[in-house]
Ligand binder design. Structure first.
Ligand SMILES: NC(=O)C1=CN([C@@H]2O[C@H](COP(=O)(O)OP(=O)(O)OC[C@H]3O[C@@H](n4cnc5c(N)ncnc54)[C@H](OP(=O)(O)O)[C@@H]3O)[C@@H](O)[C@H]2O)C=CC1
Ligand SMILES: O=C(CO)COP(=O)(O)O
Length: 351
């Protein structure tokens, strides 16, 4: 049994606690400064208001102000925040991180190092923010792969990878996290897994445009749909994720496994991103689509913005051709510049 403290009580941070308490760990879930209503509800009746689910009462909820108590004696620290909260979480944990205590995040995203003009995977971003004495012995890890929070919280069999740069630490984390319905596979390719974790959000939005386009054209959901359109976008998405992984020095084959194909499938079908893509496909424009998502976390917009800023730097160094990644460029235009929803199919598949 380990003491595991999860910082961030959103949907996924909280769902992540379920397989862990089921394994018999002492799990402490700490809300951020804005998660107080969630923590209050969990304390009062073990009900999570955004998951809309009862959670096991054995998960111990803590308010942000109680962080010190929640991390006392922790064997594993976990970040449950979204990509927008990663800097905050790193700063917040700084005084509590200890040498040798593993740190794992469920957060999906990439950051751009503006000065170097290079994309950074989140485990490396977090590592940079840790105190020097901790950095020497802690190499942050991340969970990637297909996982809808509400399904995991209902104990639906779920398969993910845990990735990072310290192989020994990954094996230990895998042993601590996995359980009868939470299947955790170590993945040494941190670049590949993290590129997929972040980019599948952009591409899932792209595939889901098809559902909205179909409805916009008067179609009802059913066997006669736009699956031909969607499948071509899906296939091109995998090609582009492989290209970006190669550009960043990872293993492109990672895109064919859980972090790539697996997560793209689950996100377009069951994720918030899929719902957002459908709204864009209806042709209502990004602003209205965001409004209709009622404040839901939409990391597709964040990663598209990061990629829009990153691509010129990679092109300027000759690491990427101007005609490459036509799907990603189109998705940037649709979601960030309100371009019409249409696909440049003839530029796909290496044409
Ligand atoms: N939902 C899912 O099915 C899955 C989600 N993930 C990943 O998990 C991460 C969290 O997603 P999810 O739980 O669904 O999202 P939620 O919106 O439910 O929760 C987001 C969490 O991040 C915190 N947060 C957001 N912005 C900030 C900020 N600027 N500063 C501090 N904290 C912040 C929120 O705190 P506050 O309320 O205070 O803003 C909240 O605790 C994402 O990276 C997502 O990709 C991974 C697999 C599945
Ligand atoms: O990452 C996810 C599934 O693995 C969930 O994605 P959404 O943010 O689209 O809900």
């Amino acid at each position: 049994m380990a003491v595991i403290t999860v910082l961030g009580a959103g949907m996924m941070g909280s769902a992540f606690c379920v397989p862990l308490v089921d394994r018999g760990h002492d799990v402490r879930l700490v809300g951020t400064h804005l998660d107080a209503a969630i923590i209050e509800s969990l304390r009062a009746r073990a009900f999570h208001p955004t998951l809309k689910l009862d959670l096991p009462a054995s998960i111990r909820p803590f308010f942000a102000a109680e962080l010190e108590e929640a991390v006392r004696g922790a064997d594993i620290l976990a970040f449950g925040v979204s990509s927008a909260g990663i800097r905050w979480a790193t700063k917040t944990i700084t005084t509590h991180a200890r040498p040798g205590v593993p740190l794992v995040m469920i957060t999906k995203g990439l950051e751009l190092d503006g000065e170097a003009g290079r994309l950074l995977v989140l485990p490396d971003v977090v590592r940079r923010g840790l105190p020097e004495e901790v950095r020497a012995s802690v190499s942050p890890a991340a969970v990637a792969g297909p996982c809808i929070a509400g399904e995991l919280a209902r104990r639906v069999p779920t398969s993910v990878v845990v990735t990072g740069r310290d192989g020994e630490a990954l094996d230990k984390l895998g042993s601590a996290l996995r359980g009868p319905y939470y299947h955790v596979f170590p993945c040494a390719d941190v670049i590949g897994a993290e590129v997929c974790a972040a980019l599948k959000n952009a591409y899932a939005m792209g595939v889901a445009l098809g559902a909205g386009l179909h409805e916009k054209n008067g179609g009802a959901p059913g066997s006669v749909a736009m699956h031909n359109w969607e499948s071509a976008v899906f296939a091109q998405a995998i090609r582009e994720m492989m290209r970006i992984i190669t550009m960043l020095g990872g293993d492109p084959m990672t895109a064919t496994g859980l972090p790539g194909v697996g997560d793209l499938d689950v996100t377009m079908n069951g994720g918030r991103t899929g719902r957002f893509g459908r709204l864009l496909g209806l042709g209502i424009g990004a602003r209205e689509a965001v409004a209709r998502m009622e404040g839901a976390t939409l990391e597709c917009l964040e990663i598209l913005d990061v990629m829009r800023r990153a691509l010129p730097a990679y092109e300027a160094r000759g690491e990427l051709g101007p005609g490459e990644l036509p799907l990603l460029r189109k998705l940037i235009a649709i979601a960030l510049d309100d371009a019409p929803v249409e696909m440049p199919f003839d530029s796909f598949f290496g044409a």
